[in-house]
Design a protein around this ligand. Sequence first.
Ligand SMILES: [Zn+2]
Length: 242
Amino acid sequence: MREKLKALAELQKVDMEAATLRKAADVHPRQIAELERELGAARSAIEAERNRVADIERQKLQLEQNIADEKDKVKKWEARLAEQRSTREYSALAREIDIAKKANLTMADELVELTKTLATARETVKGKEAEFSARQQQLGSRMSELRAKLAEAESQVKQLEGQRSGVAAKVDATLLRRYETVRKKKLPALVGVVAGTCQGCNMNVPPQLYNQLRTSLGTDVCPSCHRIIYAVEALADPADAK
Ligand SMILES: [Zn+2]
């Protein structure tokens, strides 16, 4: 009886170890995805800054074009002014020229402001690009670290899975079937009973059942949680028992 129990305990050890590894390995893909998101957000922030610079550049070009057009217009009007015969027409055109010149001055002021804004925006982009490339490097190395850890855990799980069939072959067939059924719902599926209490559900097992487990050094089923139970004394080191 005790040997059967030992074989099953051995199998459960493998299963628990694999479960722990899987759980730990599950975290890595989530962490990697998290880092990828972070990197993507940083990249979009840079893109937004670059777009802002491009916008200002376009505005500046447009404004420069407008100023040049207005200057041309003024030049043409001034040429026409000399040809004016009537005083009324002359003064009307002179007024138009005056308004156009004032508008040009306003646009020239705007251009100065826009040039300053553009310089600042370009500086900001430069700074953010440096920040981004540092962050990108940092995140990249963290990601490859995590990928390596994930691969390592996966290979360990595979190794354990390889061992498992050998260990399972030593377990009594009936006991193994019961274990596999319980294992699908609960792990650990095999639990000890300590001083009459099932370590799986913390309920007391009937005293008669407990006594029987201690005498047989075998297994039974917990009436409360249906895990496979054994008296812990059965797996205790014989040296301790003496
Ligand atoms: Zn129980």
